[in-house]
Structures are given as C-alpha cells and as structure tokens.
Design a protein around this ligand. Structure first.
Ligand SMILES: [Fe+2]
Length: 395
C-alpha cells in the first residue's frame, strides 16, 4: 500500500497523564466507549481528563463480537452528548465499536443507506468535523488502536459489515501498561500469538512495503521474546509493556500491509467452531507458514521463503539455508505455543474428528472468500486448502 498510516502513539510511563495534556484546550466533552466490566477501570482516564476541563461520560454497552445495533446505539449516545473526543477503551470489540459509533456520529446520514458499500476505501467521508477519536487498548493483541478497519456483525441480515477507510485510523493511541496487568493467562497467551501472526503475515503480505517491513520485524522479535515471559509471570511490568508495545507496533506493520493466510484459515476455523480469534489464528499460524514457504509465490511477489528467513534471522536463528532457518522459525513458534499452554492443532483444541469431517467443506468455502486470501503471497484454494485444514486438525 503506497502510504503509511499511524495515529500519534503515546506509550511508556504516565501515558494517561500525557493523554490529558494532548486533549487540553481541544474541547470540553469526551465520551468513553467501553463495556460494563472495564467501566470500573476508567477511573484514571476520567480523572485525568477532568483535570483539564472535560466533562466525561461513559457509554458501557460494548459486547464481544460487536453488532451494528450496538454501534448505532453508541452513536445515538454520541449524538445526544455531542463530544469533541470519542475514546474507545478496551479490547478489539470496544475499539471497533468506538470507531464505528464515531463514524456514525460524524455521518448519521450513512446509517440510512447500505453500510456494506458506503464506508469503503474510496468513499469521501469527511470525518472529524465534530470529534476526534482516541483508543486505549486494554489487551495486547488486536492492534485495533492503530488500524483503519472496524468489523461489525449485522445480526438482522446475518452478515459482516466492514468499515474500511484510511480516515478511521484513530488520532491517538494510548498505551497504558498498568491496564493490562490483570489480563488472565489464557487471554494473554492467545492474543500474544495473534501479535506474532500479525507481524509475520504483515511481513509476507502481497501488499508489504518498505514502510511496513520495519514494524513487522520489530514486533515479531519483541513478541517472540516477551510472550513466554509474560505468560510465566503476568505481573512482570516490563514484559506487559513490551507485549502492549509489540501489539501496537505489529498493528502499524500489518495495518499498512494487511494480514494473510494465517488469518484466512483462523477466521474460518474461528467462525465455524466458535473459537476466539487469537486461539484460532495461533493454531493456523505454523501450518500457514509451512504452506507459503513451500509453494511458488504469485508473479512479482517477494518469495515468502526468503521473507520468512529474514524474520528467522532477525529473531536470532542463524541456520545455514533459508529452508533450515524457516523450519527453525516454525519450530520456535510451535515451542512457544507449547510453553504458554496454547493448542497446536484443532484436535488439541477439542474439535472431534466427526465434527471436523462434517465442517470441512464449510471451512474451505469460508476461507476461500476471506479477504486475507487477497494478500496471501501464493495461491491457496480447493484441495490445497482442504489438505491444509486437515493438517491443522491432525497436528
Ligand atoms: Fe489477528
């Protein structure tokens, strides 16, 4: 992609206080969009903004896997309050809800039209006439705080609605490490594998660029080093900070190049078997890397084998040939999965053989239609995809 998108990212000690300095003099009303559990963690944010003159209201209706209906309700709240800042506070669901609600607050007229067609890259949206958008992630995984996409489910029509536009990148991302200290181990592990997948998919994407490569490499190295440490000791502040930073750096990488095969496979397995995003992607990752490093790339696309060998060397693997280095990289990812207690196959994740056989055709169909297939560096469809899912199940 011939551009590099990024918010202003506030990180390190005292991030919340520096958010207040950023907002000082830029308005007097802010709305925080979050869920009922995280609402109790908004105290420092509300206090920091109050000290610089903001009246802060909290909308706590966020649900996992956010629906269009939830985003519309949040946007109506914004229309009532009329804030100059909208702040998404939470994991990917809260930030995606905030992004969508903010767009519909800026452009309520769009809610009456076909939202599957109106908020796409080439649309003229003219946002930021009422408010700006900030994101405060409380998990270390999605990178939603720096990316240009929000995904909603339209339950009435049983379809996904994707808001995808450069202008949806938040104005500010605020990385406050203390908010991640109490994340449960399972969530820390699965979302951390998602970070590794974002970095590697982004580096091998058909749409990679000189600008996306750097963040992808750095995020891969940080996440592979710090994920086992943070899973061993969730109270390790340095490890929490490194993973929070790695998630956002990976977001800056894949947000400017897109993800690839691990996400096409993981989205399909996650949807069919109702599995969390990080876990499904974590299972898919090693198989997807084995696949892309053994198949010929599309014409004009950099060879995934040599790209993966770059990553292997950057994370400290110095085996002689590219093939050996990539095999060692895949083995390292599998070793991390084992160390942090995440399943290495669909079978290990509890999917029975009968269920797998019954769903195999659907898995292939859903993966073939996934947008991440467009950025995967080599062809993967039909029987090849079927075989890949079978390997993902078997382990
Ligand atoms: Fe992901």
């Amino acid at each position: 992609m011939p551009y590099f998108l990024s918010p202003r990212v506030i990180f390190g000690k005292g991030a919340m206080k520096r958010l207040a300095s950023e907002l000082e003099g830029k308005g007097d009303k802010a709305v925080v969009i979050t869920d009922q559990i995280l609402k109790d963690k908004c105290g420092d944010l509300v206090e920091a903004l109050s000290t610089v003159g903001y009246d802060v209201k909290i909308w706590d209706g966020v649900e996992a896997d956010p629906t269009l209906d939830v985003a519309l309700r949040a946007s109506r709240f914004l229309l009532d309050i009329n804030p100059q800042w909208v702040i998404g506070f939470g994991g990917g669901s809260a930030i995606d809800t905030a992004k969508a609600a903010w767009v519909l607050y800026e452009r309520p007229d769009l809610a009456d039209g076909d939202l599957t067609k109106s908020i796409l890259p080439r649309a003229v949206l003219n946002l930021r006439r009422k408010a700006r958008l900030a994101a405060v992630p409380t998990t270390s995984g999605t990178g939603a705080d720096v990316t240009w996409v929000a995904v909603l489910t339209d339950r009435a029509m049983n379809r996904k609605i994707v808001f995808a536009h450069n202008d949806i990148v938040p104005d500010l991302s605020v990385l406050e490490t203390s908010l991640t200290l109490e994340l449960p181990k399972g969530l820390t592990a699965s979302t951390g594998l998602d970070v590794i997948a974002h970095a590697i998919d982004g580096y091998t994407s058909k749409q990679r660029s000189d600008f996306s490569d750097g963040p992808c490499l750095q995020a891969a190295r940080m996440a592979m080093e710090w994920l086992p440490k943070v899973c061993h000791d969730g109270s390790n502040y340095e490890a929490r900070e490194k993973m929070l930073n790695a998630a956002t750096i990976a977001g800056l990488g894949f947000g400017n190049s897109n993800t690839g095969l691990s996400h096409a496979l993981g989205h399909s397995a996650g949807a069919v078997f109702h599995m969390g995003h990080g876990r499904a992607i974590g299972i898919a990752l090693s198989y997807s890397l084995d696949y892309i490093s053994t198949k010929p790339p599309y014409e004009g696309v950099l060879d995934p084998l040599s790209r993966l060998a770059d990553i292997a060397r950057f994370v400290g693997i110095d085996d002689a040939s590219p093939r050996e280095a990539v095999d060692a990289l895949i083995a390292k990812i599998r070793a991390i999965q084992k160390e942090i207690g995440e399943p290495a196959s669909l079978k290990e994740a509890g999917i029975t053989e009968d269920r797998m056989k019954a769903e195999l055709d659907t898995l292939v169909q859903v993966a073939e239609k996934d947008p991440n297939m467009f950025t995967t560096p080599c062809e993967c469809k039909g029987d090849a995809l079927r075989e890949l899912f079978e390997r993902m199940w078997r382990g």
